[in-house]
Design a protein around this ligand. Structure first.
Ligand SMILES: CC(C)C[C@H](N)C(=O)O
Length: 428
């Protein structure tokens, strides 16, 4: 009596979770776009807590492995708590060498999907589904959805400066410094870290006025180009993205001691699709041959009940959401700008929309914005709050968050397209 038994510890954890994590930082920031937040949370809760082939402890551990690819301690800690709440075996939290072989086997596609999704092929799926302790196809699809969801959520977390704010808040609580109000303003407040100005990031921005003029001109003279010209323009944007890498900070932070047991082969990182080198027989991924709408969506639905629908709703909101505003101006048709962002993101993963003129990407997205988007997508762990503050200066916070939300979704869709195509090829 009076002792805290296992059951009580469990109760305390539940309580702590409810108090500390709801609403968590991610929901607060996404709350700037309620229509999107709703779709996001529906999927998030369903894949972690809803009906599905994978046991709950597996789901949270997969989330931890995924967040580990970008060293996102914020998400890792959150998912560790949930893992414990679900009664997960705590010895797994000692690291990857303590987990069942079946989970360990997933690590290969975790790595590939996070950084070079074009490398996934049907043999990866085959390996998982054959032999002792193997995965069912439904389980593989559930795992793929979890992996891609958490990889891209890392982009959002770092891209919006959420992790720095969460860390600061934790430190403040530890040292009993002034209580940090978890308001949106605070979450997005400026960080003292990383004051240095990086090459290519500091270039003067063209500004909203010019951007609006360019969008207008583009819609007035809707030009038709030949298929070859369109392909060439795609390749140009792709190879320019390689040059952009020069301007990017190349310092991957060393993996923090607290999470390194969840990270294997941290040196495996994004490599430009255009520089895929020896494996260059890998062709550009053409959306006309395999698209979310026509192929991915139904495959997910078939193997993992309703999830195709949930993802579809989420992609649609992310792609179509608009307030017809731009940096304080109203009644603006922003669709060209938003499409340029979405297609640029997928271009970095070698995905081409055949009917799109990639020349628009260069007209509408300036170098500093491209560099920021590329960082947030491919190297989120390198993005600092200061980077967030420096880009898109004339835009509102909610608009920057809007861009990050597109980064999350376009990236997730890109990873999913490659993964699902591999599943489809394995099945046929
Ligand atoms: C990303 C933003 C420029 C989007 C814009 N505020 C819109 O409502 O469409």
């Amino acid at each position: 009596m009076g002792q805290i038994g296992d059951h009580d510890t469990h109760g305390l954890l539940v309580e702590a979770f409810l108090q500390n994590n709801r609403p968590d930082h991610v929901s607060q920031v996404m709350g700037l776009h309620p229509a999107y937040l709703e779709m996001f949370l529906r999927t998030h809760h369903y894949i972690l807590r809803g009906d599905g082939p994978l046991p709950f402890d597996y789901r949270h551990f997969i989330a931890i492995m995924a967040a580990g690819r970008h060293q996102c301690s914020y998400l890792i800690n959150q998912q560790k708590q949930e893992f414990v709440l679900q009664g997960g075996d705590q010895s797994w939290l000692k690291g990857l060498n303590q987990i069942p072989k079946k989970l360990r086997d997933l690590y290969e596609i975790n790595k590939i999907l996070a950084h070079r999704p074009w490398l996934i092929n049907k043999s990866h799926i085959e390996k998982l589904t054959k032999g002792a302790d193997s995965w069912s196809l439904a389980e593989v699809v559930h795992a793929i959805v979890l992996l891609t969801h958490f990889h891209s959520l890392c982009s959002f977390v770092f891209g919006c400066g959420i992790s720095e704010e969460a860390d600061r808040q934790m430190n403040a609580e530890k040292t009993k410094a002034s209580p940090v109000e978890a308001s949106n303003n605070k979450v997005l407040s400026s960080s003292p870290r990383s004051k240095q100005v990086r090459d290519g990031w500091s270039e003067a921005e063209v500004g909203v006025e010019t951007l609006m003029e360019r969008m207008k001109t583009l819609s007035e003279r809707a030009q038709e180009f030949s298929a070859e010209e369109r392909a060439k323009r795609f390749e140009r944007v792709e190879s320019q993205s390689v040059e952009l890498a020069m301007a990017l900070p190349s310092d991957t932070p060393a993996v923090q001691p607290g999470i390194q047991h969840f990270v294997d082969d941290p040196a495996f990182v994004y490599q430009d699709f255009a520089k895929r080198g020896e494996v260059s027989e890998i062709p550009t991924f053409r959306v006309q041959d395999y698209s979310w709408d026509d192929h991915g969506y139904s495959l997910v639905n078939r193997l993992y009940n309703e999830v195709g629908n949930l993802l579809d709703d989420k992609f649609k909101v992310a792609y179509n959401l608009t307030y017809y505003t731009m940096g304080g101006r109203t009644d603006v048709d922003t669709s060209r700008f938003r499409r340029a962002i979405w297609n640029y993101i997928q271009c970095m993963y070698g995905i081409r929309h055949d009917d799109y003129d990639y020349g628009e990407v260069n007209q509408l997205l300036e170098r500093s914005l491209k560099a920021f988007i590329k960082s947030a997508c491919c190297f989120p762990e390198r993005v600092t709050k200061a980077d967030y503050d420096r880009v898109l200066r004339e835009f509102k916070h909610s608009e920057k968050v809007h861009v990050m939300m597109m980064v999350l979704e376009a990236r997730m869709q890109a990873e999913l397209l490659y993964a699902l195509r591999a599943v489809m090829r394995y099945m046929t």
